[in-house]
Write a protein that binds this ligand. Structure first.
Ligand code: SD4
Length: 329
């Protein structure tokens, strides 16, 4: 059957025709750009590259974004060489590794755990909270008790290196959160699957040598992570206290709802933190916060306070690391 130009454009717009880039006429190319870039997955920091690989295995087979983000962040959670997430996480000042995580799907189902000890995959416990309890958040002993009841097993945390570093820290006992720790930190991951649905996950051991019981932004829906399947998704890394102060990820999504691009929404949220830091007479150099965001068109962006934050993006063009724009050097 011979197709005329109008049929061609109509079918291209519906995604029924795939044609090599070179053969696009101008109008067909413009139509193709207006289609969502999906599937796509973004995650914070350079360890996001490996995490994205895990997520992509699910996304490329038309799997659900929720499954992709859980599988993706489990990769750094299971890696003992990652010192800010899961098994390799640094302890609090009492020598206890306490983990925070949350997850959110396209139906606004949410699940979260905070101050969870001994379990290697807090993100999966958060998902179990979401799917198997009438609640949205479990903390401390209650979270552990629930995890064990669901068949999660206790793991050994705190290897020799971690113990020695902690003992060294105890000598000075000086709590000073570091900015851009080893170029990785919390992993926050947001994804859109081939059906156009969004989900996100966020998991961390939190600030090293924090007070026992301290909870950051990462397990708090609206702070460390937010997903609105009509608008977009956002997640945060850095100093959780500052992210919570502005309900950061929710703010980024709301700014996208108002028409801002993902990058501009992240920038406006960062600028709000900067303003509050100034009002409160605090030194901006002492903190770092980075946001990444994705909208329903598959457009994405990031912004952070100071240089050094990067994020990984995997879409049909491949997996790459992108340096975030920032406010101060
Ligand atoms: C927290 N946002 O616990 C997390 C961890 C992090 O720099 O990203 N630290 O505040």
């Amino acid at each position: 059957m011979k197709k005329n130009r109008r049929d061609f454009i109509k079918l291209s717009a519906l995604g029924a025709i795939s044609i090599p880039l070179k053969s696009f006429s101008k109008s067909a190319f413009e139509i193709s750009l207006s289609r969502p870039n999906k599937p796509i997955v973004l995650s914070t920091w350079n360890f996001g590259l490996k995490a994205n690989e895990g997520a992509w295995q699910i996304l490329k087979n038309n799997g659900r974004a929720l499954d992709a983000v859980e599988a993706g962040v489990k990769i750094p959670e299971a890696d003992p060489s990652q010192r800010s997430v899961g098994l390799g996480g640094r302890p609090d000042r009492d020598g206890r590794v306490t983990l925070d995580a949350c997850i959110m799907d396209e139906y606004s189902n949410i699940g979260s755990v905070a101050s969870l000890e001994h379990i290697a995959h807090p993100i999966s416990v958060a998902r179990a909270v979401m799917e198997k309890t009438p609640h949205v958040m479990l903390v401390g002993d209650g979270a552990l008790q629930f995890a064990l009841s669901q068949g999660f097993v206790k793991e050994t945390f705190m290897n020799e290196q971690t113990k020695n570093e902690w003992k060294e820290w105890l000598k000075k006992n000086d709590y000073k959160p570091e900015v851009n720790i080893e170029n990785h930190d919390t992993i926050g991951m947001i994804a859109m699957d081939s059906h156009g649905n969004l989900s996100g996950a966020c998991t961390t051991s939190g600030m090293a040598y924090k007070m026992h019981g301290r909870v950051g932004d990462s397990p708090i829906i609206g702070a460390g992570l937010y997903v609105d399947n009509e608008i977009g998704a956002a997640t945060a890394t850095g100093h959780g206290e500052e992210v919570i102060r502005i309900a950061g990820s929710h703010l980024v999504v709301e700014l996208m709802r108002q028409g801002n691009s993902p990058k501009d929404a992240c920038k406006l949220a960062v600028e709000r933190i900067i303003k509050l830091q100034t009002i409160r007479n605090k030194n901006l150099k002492d903190i770092q916060v980075g946001f990444i965001a994705l909208n329903k068109k598959g457009e994405y962006g990031a912004y952070c306070i100071q240089s050094g934050f990067n994020y990984a993006v995997y879409d049909h063009t491949g997996n790459k690391l992108v340096d975030s724009e920032f406010s101060i050097t």
